[in-house]
Design a protein around this ligand. Structure first.
Ligand code: HEM
Length: 136
């Protein structure tokens, strides 16, 4: 079980690196949610939950309130990524109407609200790192 806990912790850190790496990379490249960001947000949540289960099974301490806060923040990050990715896709897609050459404008506000969600996801992820390391 100790090996499993360490493997999961490495996965937790790898997901964190992908999420923050994609966030920083996207700051100067359109600020859109790529598939890597959405997947990493899900992987952080999944490995986090598995870490709690393995720690509990090994009779290691589990800080309930801290895990609750981390879970809520991680769920918010994943929600931002899922909604933001869908809004970006809606804003980017400009379908050409049948038989016409004039493209339809993307829904007003869809793109800017996706950018807001993008910043929220990055800042909430950093907040969760602070909770992870500062809450002992
Ligand atoms: C944005 C989401 C998250 C980030 C940025 C994050 C970050 C971190 C970091 C930096 C650590 C290492 C420091 C430490 O051991 O306290 C850690 C460990 C841990 N995280 Fe997360 N985490 C996230 C989500 C979650 C979630 C959703 C859970 C569970 C519901 C969770 C459960 C854990 C546990 C149990 C450990 C300790 C593992 C061990 O040492 O055995 N994390 N996390």
């Amino acid at each position: 079980m100790e090996v499993l806990r360490i493997v999961l912790l490495i996965g937790h850190f790898a997901a964190l690196a992908v999420l923050l790496g994609a966030f920083v990379g996207q700051l100067a490249a359109g600020r859109v949610f790529g598939a890597a960001m959405v997947g990493a947000a899900g992987a952080l949540l999944g490995t986090g939950l598995l870490l709690v289960a393995v720690r509990a099974a090994d009779d290691l301490s589990v800080n309930g309130p801290k895990i609750g806060v981390k879970l809520a923040i991680a769920a918010a990050v994943l929600g931002c990524a899922l909604v933001g990715r869908r809004r970006t896709a809606t804003a980017v897609a400009a379908p050409v109407p049948a038989g016409g050459a004039v493209p339809v404008s993307p829904p007003a506000g869809a793109r800017s609200s996706a950018v807001g969600l993008f910043y929220a996801a990055g800042l909430l992820t950093i907040a969760n790192v602070a909770v992870a390391v500062a809450w002992t």
